[in-house]
Design a protein around this ligand. Structure first.
Ligand code: ZN
Length: 134
């Protein structure tokens, strides 16, 4: 393992992901992961605009544009995205793999039991090691 590449996530982010996932079920919840460097300090829920939101997710592009604009004005960076698999595994689905941007961003997937943390790299998703802090 490379030193310094552990992803740090606050317990508040974990709580937001679990709460929104439960509230949106059986639809998939989705949103943005915000922070700096390797530390995720915020989770911003967005609308799921997918035509079949029980099986897919599509983050509201207006929310994404607004978050990037805020980042340029000194706000937290958009480090990645999250969505839920209300009854499934916290691993990228074939649809997720087909829609990946391969841009190095983090994807959190909230499964029925666990949350999976992935990096959307050029050649595919790789599992991230996560440290949760208060
Ligand atoms: Zn998915």
């Amino acid at each position: 393992m490379q030193m310094g590449m552990v992803l740090v996530v606050t317990s508040g982010v974990i709580a937001t992901l679990r709460q929104q996932s439960a509230a949106m079920a059986p639809h998939e919840a989705c949103g943005l992961l915000l922070g700096h460097g390797q530390t995720i300090t915020g989770a911003r829920p967005t609308a799921n605009l997918a035509p079949d939101p029980a099986r897919q997710f599509e983050i509201d592009p207006a929310a994404l544009v607004a978050a990037h604009r805020a980042a340029r004005n000194g706000g937290p960076a958009v480090l990645g995205y999250y969505h839920s698999h209300p009854t499934g595994d916290p691993t990228p689905s074939p649809t997720d793999r087909a829609r990946a941007g391969h841009d190095g961003r983090i994807w959190a997937i909230i499964g029925a039991e666990a949350i999976g943390w992935w990096r959307d790299e050029r050649h595919g998703f790789t599992a991230e090691t996560v440290q949760i802090i208060p």
